[in-house]
Design a protein around this ligand. Structure first.
Ligand code: FEO
Ligand code: CA
Ligand code: CA
Ligand code: CA
Length: 600
């Protein structure tokens, strides 16, 4: 760690060493405070959190569980006031209730879990001279849960694949599930990805139609009872009774946080898969490009290019107009070619050129017209099939199987696009696809970060690997060509963010190097390209996610603290953030430099 005159602005802080503390550890000279925790009031009148007497009614008014993405949107005309928009990815009932019986959850526990999913919109206020943020009750505060009504837009809206007995129109869905990562749009809304929705649906094994069974299998929907047993309380989670409810999840959702009465949207023109968010780049002519990864081993990277142009301004009329941008345009999937493909042996050894790099193309799958109707660009599949069973469309066109694409984000300063490929321990194992130049290690435990120069609205790109993550003393790692003796170990990159100086920041999930997860800065340009430094670590068992890196503060989501093998509310492995003998609580944390700006 340390700093000198050559350290690029934004990365001038003392590196935090790997550790296993039950704390958020920040660099010397930095301060931290929790912004909001699971169970804290979001709506006026919400009861204070009471772990031992939690109810569904309370949870529906409180901050949800397992915060993943966070967006911080300034409130115009109110200095130091923001909307904090956070998603709540999933519930782990054994950590939410003492004495939880996984074989016999109660109706109240079921309802509480539904209410702990979704998103929260919370007004927060800063104070001068500090980066701390305090929750406040403002007119925009809102809870969206697994029972909030969503409107379906795009080519799958009204499709037979989306019709259920409760919604014969196939256009209205109750709730959002497993929202992972996200993006703030240039028009002031928030996108969030419905990721591992497969786990909520029961009785796939009773499905006899071979085509339906194949679709379910391709999406990982398998088995009899679901882990949470929700099918006992609501038949929509039982595939034997409601075969199409599962097709109503796996979408990119868009929330207008500036209108607490607005219906959130599921955009089907972006395809259905385990979306790790969607993030936006706007070209010079106002065309909107949405990038989205499918976080599964051997799954694909996608982009959507709008046919409509973004309307400037932040009036509600502009917001409503821009919320239709993702409903007309073309969906593509990525195919990679390596420049040294013959030299890749799965060990991670660099090819003789000194870099993993190559070219790629975007293969069109689905065009959605101004009238919302889809046109399939894949032989043998209808437009509705491509929209709803997008993975199978990617299979048909020979898209490149990646090492679990997590965040996929364009840099606001250079337009280059970065992808966190988190890990893939099945790469090259038991007959699975072997290493290629973009995924250069078999049994990949530590992941890699891709850098793309994309012809944003076009169909060509070039790429290289910025980082091949892991222990820098190991031969199979690469840090942009930077001196590996002076970087921090990094493992399992997940979420990406950019600071105001143009540096990349990476949060990790699942650190395979026996340290807690953390947040890292990475220099992208100049002689320090590849310099990777750990800014913070999160408590044991937690994932670092949802980073927002500004001049005055960094905020991160601390997700699932204490989620270790054998731990539960009856045997907590963490007491963060409240200390003593308390239960761990997922929370958003702000970090700032006493009397200074971040990293300078
Ligand atoms: Fe929920 Fe792909 O992380
Ligand atoms: Ca997570
Ligand atoms: Ca993630
Ligand atoms: Ca992850």
């Amino acid at each position: 760690g340390g700093s000198d005159g050559a350290t690029p602005a934004g990365t001038n802080f003392g590196a935090v060493a790997p550790n296993t503390e039950d704390a958020v550890v920040v660099p010397e000279g930095y301060e931290q405070a929790v912004v909001i925790r699971w169970g804290d009031p979001v709506l006026p009148g919400a009861p204070a959190f009471d772990f031992d007497n939690q109810t569904a009614q309370a949870q529906a008014q409180q901050f949800g569980f397992n915060n993943d993405f966070a967006g911080l949107l300034p409130v115009e005309g109110q200095p130091n006031t923001f909307l904090l928009v956070v998603n709540h990815e999933y519930t782990t009932e054994p950590f939410m209730f003492t004495g939880y019986d996984a074989e016999n959850p109660s109706p109240e526990q079921f309802q509480t879990a539904l209410a702990a999913h979704g998103l929260s919109v919370v007004q927060v206020k800063g104070e001068s001279g500090s980066g701390a943020l305090t929750p406040d009750f403002g007119p925009y505060n809102r809870r969206i849960t697994a029972t909030t009504e969503f409107v379906v837009t795009g080519p799958a809206a009204g499709s037979d694949f989306l019709k259920t007995s409760a919604d014969p129109t196939g256009t209205k869905v109750l709730g959002t599930l497993n929202n992972c990562s996200g993006g703030v749009t240039p028009w002031g809304t928030v996108l969030s990805g419905e990721e591992n929705f497969n786990q909520y649906f029961a009785n796939a094994e009773l499905v006899t139609d071979p085509a339906v069974a194949a679709r379910l299998k391709r999406y990982g929907v398998e088995g009899a009872a679901s882990e949470r047993k929700w099918e006992r309380f609501d038949k929509r989670f039982d595939l034997a009774q409601e075969p199409n409810e599962v097709n109503r999840f796996g979408w990119v959702v868009e929330v207008n946080p500036w209108d607490a009465t607005s219906a959130p949207v599921k955009h089907t023109a972006l395809g259905r898969f385990k979306h790790e968010a969607a993030t936006i780049h706007v070209t010079d002519d106002g065309t909107v490009v949405a990038y989205s990864g499918d976080d599964e081993r051997f799954d694909y990277m996608y982009k959507f290019v709008s046919s409509r142009k973004m309307m400037d301004g932040n009036s509600q009329a502009a917001v409503r107009n821009n919320m239709t941008l993702l409903d007309a345009g073309t969906l593509y999937v990525a195919k990679f070619a390596g420049s040294s493909a013959d030299e890749i042996d799965g060990s991670g050894a660099l090819p003789s050129s000194g870099t993993f790099d190559g070219t790629g193309e975007w293969i069109p799958l689905l065009r959605t017209g101004e009238d919302g109707r889809g046109e399939s660009l894949v032989d043998g599949m209808s437009a509705e099939e491509v929209a709803v069973f997008t993975r199978q469309a990617g299979d048909k066109v020979g898209a490149t199987k990646m090492d679990r694409p997590e965040d996929f984000e364009p840099s606001p300063t250079t337009g280059k696009v970065y992808v966190a490929l988190t890990n893939n321990t099945k790469r090259g194992v038991d007959g699975a696809a072997a290493a290629d130049e973009a995924n250069p290690r078999n049994n990949n435990k530590n992941g890699q970060v891709l850098e793309l120069t994309d012809d944003h609205a076009g169909t060509a790109f070039t790429w290289n690997l910025l980082l091949v993550c892991g222990d820098p003393t190991a031969a199979d790692t690469y840090f942009g060509g930077f001196d590996k003796a002076s970087v921090s170990p990094i493992s399992c990159p997940d979420n990406l963010a950019f600071d105001p100086h143009g540096n990349l920041w990476i949060s990790t999930d699942g650190n395979a190097l026996k340290s807690n997860d953390g947040l890292f800065s990475v220099v992208l340009d100049g002689p320090n390209r590849g310099a990777t430094k750990q800014f913070l670590t999160v408590p044991k068992g937690a994932e670092t996610c949802g980073p927002i890196v500004g001049e005055e503060r960094i905020t991160v989501c601390v997700q699932h603290p204490g989620e270790l093998d054998g731990a539960s509310a009856d045997n907590p492995a963490s007491h963060w953030p409240d200390g003593g003998d308390t239960q761990p609580r997922p929370a958003v944390v702000a970090v700032w430099k006493s009397g200074g700006r971040i990293g300078v």
